[in-house]
Design a protein around this ligand. Structure first.
Ligand code: GAP
Length: 543
């Protein structure tokens, strides 16, 4: 049996995110919109710092003259910023039009809609009557929900609950019970569930002024990757990159998720940070291993706890029909049951599937080969662009369709993981030496929304003037806040909660010797530094 999720910790994180302006429900004054979230003043900085760190570490900071540790050789990196709405044929050829769906199931009685694969249940019996009790929660939460549901269904009091005979643990509905035997989570009787139906996750829209015409239908992209594939030739022809090289993109993606849940973890609008890395087929396995390990290290370098991260290679039966290898980087989010992990990023070896699909048309696997899917007349079901997306290596004089390694990360999920990981409660002495509970975000300085806060100890005696001078020295170089409101203890507490790694305090001694106190958020160490050196001292610590 799985241990309970750390729901109280998650509740505290959600509450801090709202209270301190990291994340708000979208259009909250109208009651919010399920699966949509806004980033507040601190959240926008956190997410932007995260995306900038990714872009710097993967693209602009990459040294294409060197062979990074673990890489088969040197490589180049470049970037793109593509449109959210693309030619609809791109989604037909990529497979999203036909295959990007979930199965959903409706309850006729409660009018609730569920993802078919999220419905779990267990058999309950009482005095000869058996029912398969369903829940859409997993782990301990699911067990509690099914226990309460069965007790109500059999009309038992709490003290009779022990008389229910349970058979086995929570298992999926599919393959374990019929819909007639299943008691839906919000229903009073079994047999209320409809036949499961396919539901495409792409949001549809119309392009141009003519409404209602079938051929002006378009889609909001469900991933940024396809914009990269369709521009492969443009990038090759207009820049000096040579295979192996990668194209990176950060941008919004949209999925009409059936059950958005767990704060921002599964949203309907979110941002992805994707790389499509093009390489020679013979080297592709080595590049796959390189990218898997490189991306894993990136999360650790930015401070995620190794004990809460997991690198999981997919089993053969989990792989997409085109993939020769996929690994997920997963994080133990506090809303998950103990031992469960949620995906932060997938690193997939996609072979030549994508470039060939956009050349030839939608591909399917047939007898171990990828072939163009045909309709009943023998024509391609979804015709490709017909453009030649192969690559000619003018050194080896070889022409080939590059293989693709795709590290695909979610910016919102990463921001959530860093927020969860950073959330800390501890006890520290206040300004009078008394123990005080504090909440802090131990964010990596690169990710912290504010890098340094400047605080005059009191609002008189020339301290605000000197603090203002210091603030103006720092401001051109880093995100800096000036705060003179409330006791200094309260102001430290505010900065700790916002994840600010350093505070500089101007006090009585500062007026005499022009030194200020530099306080470290995590160690609480305080050192005096000359005001004129404050910028350099903070920059050293941020590096
Ligand atoms: N191009 C490959 C691709 O899109 P994916 O595993 O479907 O792969 C990549 O998505 C990443 O995007 C995920 O690992 C996750 O971080 C993020 N992501 C996917 N769906 C999401 C959602 N509904 N809400 C938030 N992030 C999501």
């Amino acid at each position: 049996m799985t241990a309970p999720a750390d729901q109280s910790r998650m509740d505290a994180i959600v509450s801090l995110a709202k209270r301190r302006g990291f994340i708000f429900p979208s259009s909250e004054i109208y009651g919010g919109l399920n699966g949509f979230w806004d980033y507040g003043p601190l959240g926008v900085e956190l997410k932007r710092n995260l995306k900038n760190a990714w872009w710097h570490d993967m693209v602009t900071g990459h040294d294409e003259l060197a062979t990074p540790s673990g890489a088969p050789g040197p490589y180049e990196m470049t970037g793109l910023d593509c449109t959210i709405i693309m030619h609809p044929q791109a989604w037909r050829c990529s497979g999203h039009f036909d295959l990007f769906h979930d199965w959903l199931i409706d309850c006729r009685e409660s009018k609730r809609r569920y993802r078919y694969d999220h419905l779990l249940g267990r058999w309950a019996g009482y005095r000869g009557r058996r029912v398969f009790v369903l829940t859409d929660a997993s782990g301990e939460e699911g067990l509690t929900a099914t226990a309460a549901k069965a007790q109500k269904f059999f009309g038992l009091r709490a003290k009779q609950a022990g008389e229910i005979e349970w058979e086995g643990d929570l298992v999926p509905l599919a393959g374990h019970a019929s819909r007639e035997e299943a008691l839906a989570p919000e229903a009073s009787e079994p047999g209320t569930l409809t036949e499961p139906r396919e539901f495409n996750l792409m949001f549809e829209t119309r392009v141009g002024a003519v409404a209602g015409e079938a051929d002006n239908r378009a889609f909001l992209r469900p991933e940024t990757a396809q914009g990269i594939f369709v521009n492969f030739k443009n990038v090759l022809d207009t820049s000096r990159v040579r295979v192996p090289f990668g194209i990176a993109q950060i941008g919004k993606s949209f999925r009409n998720e059936i059950t958005p849940r767990n704060f921002t973890f599964r949203s309907r609008e979110f941002e992805q940070m994707e790389i499509e890395f093009f390489c020679h087929p013979a080297d592709s396995q080595a590049w796959y291993r390189y990218w898997r390990d490189r991306r894993w290290r990136w999360y650790l370098e930015l401070g995620l706890s190794e004990g809460r991260l997991q690198l999981r290679e997919h089993e053969a039966d989990e792989l997409s029909h085109y993939s020769c290898g996929t690994a997920d980087i997963e994080y133990a989010f506090p809303f998950l049951a103990e031992g469960e992990f949620g995906e932060l990023e997938g690193i997939a070896h996609r072979g030549d599937f994508d470039l060939r699909s956009h050349m030839e048309g939608k591909l399917v696997r047939s007898g171990g080969e990828l072939v163009v899917e045909t309709d009943e007349t023998g024509k391609p079901r979804h015709r490709g662009s017909g453009r030649d997306l192969s690559y000619f290596d003018d050194v080896s004089r070889e022409r080939f369709v590059p293989h693709v390694i795709e590290p695909s990360a979610g910016a919102d999920r990463a921001a959530l993981a860093f927020l969860c990981d950073a959330y800390t409660e501890d006890e520290v002495p206040d300004e009078h030496g008394k123990p005080r509970r504090r909440t802090l975000l131990k964010l990596h300085p690169r990710l912290a929304p504010v890098k340094v806060a400047v605080l005059p100890l009191v609002k008189k005696d020339g301290m605000p003037e000197m603090a203002t001078e210091l603030y103006r020295l720092l401001k051109p170089h880093m995100a800096c806040q000036y705060d003179e409101k409330g006791s200094v203890g309260r102001r430290y507490a505010r900065q700790d909660e916002a994840g600010t790694p350093f505070c500089l305090t101007v006090d009585g001694a500062s007026l005499g010797d022009r030194t200020v106190t530099l306080r470290d958020r995590d160690s609480l160490e305080q050192v005096r530094v000359p005001l004129e050196e404050a910028v350099d001292r903070i920059r050293e610590r941020l590096a």
